[in-house]
Design a protein around this ligand. Structure first.
Ligand code: AQP
Length: 325
């Protein structure tokens, strides 16, 4: 049996270059070596309010972007979280072995809860659902951006606790981080992670942004008051642009940009980003030209992985002493 890879993206907004460099790019690179499962995690998205019609459209858009970014449906299963009820079922069983304090300590929960008037229970439970997503498929490897590392650690803690209480049931998942682009910061504020849910037109580079828009966003990105790139003493904004550039084009290095005036440096980074995103945008147009194609990929993905999920649910229920038939 091939080792399994699992990862996901929330269809909660426009996918950005952070999602690509932190997640999708590594997925495409490693997919051929594993039984790869890539998921549109719509049940995670509803931990904060989503417009229902928009959410449905975003699910298909996200799936099309997976394919456009190089996830090959012939090699990988692309599926939607809510189409497999095992995610929710396993999440409940794992909730019952998870101490409340573990969840209250999560930094993403604390940050997101601060922005909500009413904090839904789903926001607190988010990392348990994420553990269920991974453990349901007995995934050995989970390629994610750095912001998810804490949730991955929690998934391992939950798996370990379950295994010690009820016997070996779950494979222990390892975190796979990209070497460059693991934490892309906002262009408008390099102290904040680039995120779909952040507002502000200059914050993120969307994967479907027009080349002119990309150029404008990068030219306006926050740097510092120096006139040129100081390779020895880079501010957070410059370091962020360099990391984005390097991840898009390996010929961009710290040495190659040292001493460049900021205007020229930003132009070079923008060129690299546009060159990296253009084929993805072209492929996205092709993928979405046939309106039924994405749905057929999602159905095939679900059909392929369903037996894996059913097997784990049966095992977990039996381990806990629940009714199995
Ligand atoms: N800035 C980032 N840099 C590198 N990787 C990132 N990822 C997300 N942001 C960055 C990785 O992308 C995958 C999907 O994550 P997500 O759907 O949670 O993306 P998001 O943009 O963080 O989404 P939201 O809805 O805006 O969430 P919040 O508000 O929590 O930031 C993951 O592998 C993630 O690591």
């Amino acid at each position: 049996m091939r080792a399994r890879v699992f990862s996901g993206v929330q269809p909660s907004g426009q996918l950005h270059i952070g999602n690509y460099l932190g997640a999708l790019k590594s997925w495409a690179e490693i997919q051929a070596d594993y039984e790869s499962i890539f998921c549109i995690v719509d049940s995670h998205a509803i931990t904060v309010y989503q417009d229902p019609a928009e959410l449905q459209a975003k699910i298909r858009e996200t799936a099309a972007l997976f394919i456009a970014a190089g996830i090959d449906p012939a090699q990988s299963s692309i599926m939607v979280q809510s189409s497999v009820s095992g995610h929710a079922e396993l999440a409940w069983m794992l909730t019952c072995v998870t101490p409340l304090g573990w969840l209250q300590r999560m930094t993403q929960f604390k940050a997101k809860a601060e922005k909500q008037e009413t904090i839904g229970d789903g926001l607190l439970q988010y990392p348990v659902l994420m553990a269920a997503d991974i453990l349901l498929y007995q995934a050995a490897i989970v390629p994610v951006g750095e912001d998810q590392a804490q949730h991955l650690e929690l998934a391992r803690d939950i798996a370990q606790r379950f295994n010690s209480l009820y016997g070996e049931t779950f494979v222990m998942p390892a975190t796979h981080l990209p070497t460059v682009g693991a934490r892309v910061m906002g262009l408008d504020d390099p102290t904040q992670k680039m995120s779909k849910s952040a507002t502000g037109t200059g914050h993120a580079i969307a994967l479907l942004d027009d080349p002119k828009v990309i150029q404008k966003k990068i030219m306006r990105a926050t740097t510092d008051s120096l006139p040129a790139v100081d390779a020895e003493n880079m501010g957070a904004g410059v370091a962020n642009l360099l990391a984005i550039g390097q991840a898009c084009d390996a010929s961009i290095t710290r040495e190659s940009v040292a001493g460049m005036r900021y205007g020229d440096f930003k132009k070079r980074i923008a060129e690299a980003v546009v060159a990296r995103l253009q084929p993805i945008q072209q492929r996205y147009r092709e993928v979405t030209a046939d309106s039924s194609y994405v749905d057929s990929v999602l159905a095939a993905g679900r059909d392929h992985i369903l037996p894996f999920a059913e097997d784990t649910i049966r095992k977990t229920k039996a381990a806990m002493g629940l009714y199995v038939w």
